[in-house]
Every structure is written in C-alpha cells, then in structure tokens.
Design a protein. Structure first.
Length: 181
C-alpha cells in the first residue's frame, strides 16, 4: 500500500534527470535560418524565394504578370494561376542554376561542380518535370476558362464533328442500307 508521501519522495523519471537541451536555435528567425543549413543551390526547393539568392521583387513581378495575362476569376482559377507562377519561377531557378554551372565550368574546366553526370541528369529531369507540370496546369486553367465563358472544348468539337460525318448503321434511310429490300 503506497501513500501520497511515498510518491512524493520517489526518484524522478529518467527524462527529468537529463539536462535541458542547450544547442540549436530558439527564435523563429533562428529556426528558419537553420532549416536552410543543408541548402547548396536550392534548385529543388519549393520555397518561393531563396533568401540571399533571389529577390522578392522579382517573384512579385512574375506573379503579377501571370495574373495580368491569365485574368483568373474564382478561387480555382486563382489557385491555378498562383501554381503556374510558382512553377515558372522554379523553372527559371533551374535555368539560372544551369547558366551559373556552365559559366563555372568554362572558367575552371578541371573542376567538377556537380559531382558527375548523375547530378546533370537529375537537373535535366527536374526541368522536364516542371515543364510538364506547367503545360498540364495551363491546359487545366484554359479548360476552366473556356467552360466559364461557355465555349466548347476542342475535344467536344471533335466528338461532335465525328458524329456528324460518321455513317449511321441503324438508320434505314441512310445510303447503303440494305440494298436488297
């Protein structure tokens, strides 16, 4: 039988015996800075702006230009326009990186800044991935805008044209229907 006095004098748990963690950032700004410690070039970053590498004004200019060009209406179109701006920005980041690497290689042809062709292939695949996403997002956006405007989709037009010119095999009045009657 244990009393409340016994539980008060019991040894503390192993977690309580350990000293408080001393290292690492404490403030939100410090935590944000340390989260970028492993960033070497940032081309695979999903952050809109890489601090110290890209300018927020350039990002905002691109966003504004995309919105002006696309003129989105409604939540879904606005979201797709924002996503498209982000994809274009990330692809430009890849292009800037590739240009910088090419300039470094010309300046020092003996150095291997990408650690072999594996890194080159990865960057090329990533650029292709972004390009496919850009085309897919733009196609989706355009389809939504055409639907909103009441315009026919190109696939719908093709389907209607195919039905208009296709022979009807169950129509007795169609030419070529059972000539022996």
């Amino acid at each position: 039988m244990s009393s409340s006095a016994d539980s008060a004098t019991a040894s503390p748990s192993p977690v309580e015996d350990q000293p408080a963690r001393r290292g690492g950032p404490k403030t939100p700004a410090g935590k944000a800075a340390s989260s970028r410690n492993a960033t070497t070039h940032g081309i695979f970053s999903t952050l809109p702006i890489i601090p110290g590498v890209e300018r927020p004004e350039d990002w905002e200019t691109l966003r504004a230009r995309v919105r002006i060009e696309l003129q989105p209406e409604g939540v879904i179109e606005e979201s797709l326009a924002e996503h498209l701006a982000h994809l274009l920005w990330r692809r430009q980041r890849v292009w800037r990186y590739a240009t910088a690497v090419a300039a470094r290689e010309e300046a020092n042809p003996d150095a291997d800044p990408l650690s072999g062709s594996h890194a080159d292939n990865r960057v090329i695949r990533y650029e292709n991935h972004l390009t496919r996403q850009i085309h897919s997002t733009r196609k989706h956006f355009d389809t939504l805008q055409r639907a909103r405007r009441g315009e026919m989709d190109s696939l719908t037009r093709l389907d209607r044209a195919a039905r208009a010119y296709a022979p009807v095999f169950n129509d007795p009045d169609a030419a070529g229907w059972d000539q022996e009657r």
